[in-house]
Design a protein around this ligand. Sequence first.
Ligand code: UTP
Length: 236
Amino acid sequence: MPKGTRTTPDPVVLSIGGSVLLTGEGDRAYVEDLAGRLLRLGQQLPLLVTTGGGRTAREYIRLGRELGLTEVELDEIGIEVTRLHARLLAGRVGPPCPARPPATVVEAILELRNASPVILGGTEPGHTTDGVAALLAVRSRAARVVNATDVDGVYERDPRVDPTARRIERLHWKEFRAMVHAATTTDAGQNFLFDRLGADLLARAGISLRVVNGRDLPNLEAAVVGERFQGSQVDP
Ligand code: UTP
């Protein structure tokens, strides 16, 4: 490398499921630990983080559906909850992380020029915060996306239905996309390992996805920085 040339690491995008952030058990200690790590990681590399809406979003969406709201209105309610979670986490991380979650992918990437980590919730109706994470990754030319979820990887079959199902440590986008498309609908409040739009975008861009248990923070950190980790990796 020529003398004086500065290299910045490629950005990393982390999608944290709402069901990981708020479980009702040990949430305060978890969010404190997570926030401390995000602050430190954000100094090492440009870090974009999305937060999901979890159970809270699903409860509002269920009630809204019973009240006859449209799917778009339900998505918008979901987005508000994801932003609430982004504010909570960003508030604990503190400066330089912006306290107000950016409302769009473009705004988040612009913020990343001056601040890291940048934490946001949803953006527009029709996908989930995994879709936002994928859009951020494609636009920022990220090295990888890490999906922090409430299971510890991709299983050959649903392990809650079949306890003998094994975790798949490495798989290709073609296989994973087929799994995502088979398991999800486009309705508000859908919930699977990763959303359709996100899987399609990352597959097309050839960006890897790591799926980890979000409550295991040392492992999550290893996945973010590109070290060996426990979970599943989806590759082009
Ligand atoms: P989530 O990203 O939380 O989806 O958004 P999820 O699949 O329920 O994920 P977990 O459980 O947190 O891991 C909640 C809902 O908000 C709407 C969708 O209806 C989504 O299901 N949403 C979210 C959008 O419409 N657009 C967005 O950009 C984000």
